[in-house]
Design a protein. Structure first.
Ligand code: HEM
Length: 430
């Protein structure tokens, strides 16, 4: 594990300074303990659900992404729309897209296993394109490439210190991009253009397909019901764009962590395969109807989300009024960073916290507890709005992987297994 991971450093500070680590000059509060995170971000959600945007994020037009938008009436309207379409009782609408794309993913892995990372990247994108806009988009397609560009630039803009000039001197936003130190302006212009394309092109294609009887989709159907209401149409467009931006790297991270975990833990893989062969058999692939008959597979999924949360520091929540907690004053405007990575490795809750041990979830109350127990999806009113869909995609991929493939490390020319290490990228997504 690289020493410069912020989540590792933050946990160290937590052990040194206590449950609340406050960085005064940045007005940031770091939470390493899930009990404290629940007390503040869930029980006091009314005041802890805002988002703070830095000047570069604003310049990039990042508020189009609902996940980064301030806690406002506009966010409430968009969140409601999300909930109507992504709640547990409606997401079976996405099942056929999830089956198709996961099965295609398996075929690609079998045909060209060396490209597993490319196939994994494509999987999450293709599910969203298909489930929301009814489009079959390949990773090399300019639409998909453009989406990746948006994710990268917005992700970069969110990292403190990535664009120091605009962070220190916000008035620089009024200067032209050729002005010394204003290179950020070019990046922002490119990002706005890429976001606009991501927001418009697939939407127009979906609407056109519905009008010309070439195919239907969730987004086109929703838009056709509110033609003429431009505010609602914009909210529908933004819901799709947000889904694309929020689903890509998170799902990719989970599935690639799963791949790595199976290579590193062959005994876990064998137990999962045994359960699937015994319960599902070998003449068909697992389906969502099998889920509650597969406790060990569920435990693998829960352990994956515990040990490898794709967004280790979540998304910052911001506080809209002064608060007092455990005798401390938490000032209005403070940004709260939930260190999900550290909470999930608390040795008092999870003995042997760094080991991949699905068995820990088999004990009482068992692995099928509420999805809200999965900290990787965040907290309170800003909890991941696509979590039921994400949960299904990741679970189905795990189950289908175990049903069909044997994952192991690469071999050298003599057939000896080359050992691989657990190296992760360090950024907003892990
Ligand atoms: C394994 C996959 C995923 C993980 C681990 C994940 C995790 C997260 C996390 C940690 C947050 C921030 C929560 C907070 O502020 O406390 C979030 C927000 C969000 N996620 Fe996900 N996510 C995943 C997939 C998805 C998918 C597939 C979608 C949409 C289809 C989605 C849509 C959103 C949205 C819209 C928000 C913003 C919620 C708001 O600010 O009100 N996510 N997600």
């Amino acid at each position: 594990m690289p020493a410069d991971d912020a989540w590792v450093e933050y946990r160290k500070w937590g052990r040194e300074y206590g449950e609340l680590v406050y960085i005064q000059d940045r007005n940031i509060l770091i939470l390493n303990d899930s009990r404290v995170a629940i007390d503040l971000l869930e029980k006091r959600a009314r005041i802890y659900s805002d988002r703070r945007m830095n000047p570069m994020m604003k310049l990039c037009g990042a508020e189009l992404n609902m996940a980064l938008a301030p806690y406002s009436d506009d966010w409430r309207r968009k969140r409601k729309l999300f909930q109507q379409n992504f709640r547990q009782s409606t997401i079976n609408r996405f099942h056929s897209d999830q089956y198709n794309k996961v099965h295609e993913f398996l075929r690609q892995l079998i045909t060209t296993p060396d490209n597993f990372m490319q196939h994994t990247t494509a999987l999450s994108q293709r599910i969203i394109f298909s489930a929301l806009w009814g489009l079959d988009v390949k990773p090399e397609d300019p639409l998909a490439q453009n989406g990746v560009k948006c994710i990268l630039t917005v992700g970069q803009a969110m990292l403190p210190g990535a664009f120091p000039a605009i962070e220190r001197f916000p008035w620089l936003r009024f200067m032209p991009s050729w002005f010394p130190g204003c290179g950020f302006a070019r990046v922002a212009e490119q990002c706005i253009r890429a976001l606009k394309e991501a927001n418009t092109i697939p939407f127009d294609m979906a609407v056109d397909n519905l009008k010309t009887d070439k195919g239907t989709s969730l987004i086109a159907e929703l838009a056709s019901k509110c033609e003429g209401d431009s505010t609602e149409v914009e909210a529908i467009k933004a819901m799709a764009t947000t889904s694309y931006l929020a689903a890509g790297d998170t799902t990719l991270s989970s599935i690639s962590s799963f791949t790595l975990s199976m290579v590193l833990n062959p005994d876990v893989q064998a137990k999962g395969q045994e359960e699937i062969d015994r319960v599902v058999g070998t003449d068909r692939l697992p389906t969502f109807e099998d889920r509650f008959s597969l406790p060990y597979v569920e435990a693998i999924y829960r352990e994956l989300m515990r040990l490898h949360p794709p967004v280790p520091l979540g998304i910052e929540h911001s506080l809209i009024e002064d608060d007092f907690y455990l005798g401390y004053h938490i000032p209005k405007g403070c940004s709260i960073i939930p260190n999900i990575w550290a909470m999930n490795r608390d040795p008092d809750v999870y003995p042997r916290p760094d080991d991949f041990l699905p068995e820990r979830f088999l004990d009482f109350p068992g692995p099928f507890t509420s999805i809200n127990d999965i900290r990787a999806y965040g907290f309170g009113r800003r909890v991941c709005a696509g979590r039921y869909m994400a949960d299904n995609t990741v679970w189905l991929t795990i189950a289908c992987f175990l049903a069909t493939l044997n994952l192991r490390g690469p071999q050298d020319k003599q057939g000896n297994v080359i050992s691989i290490s657990e190296d992760y990228s360090s950024g907003f997504f892990r």
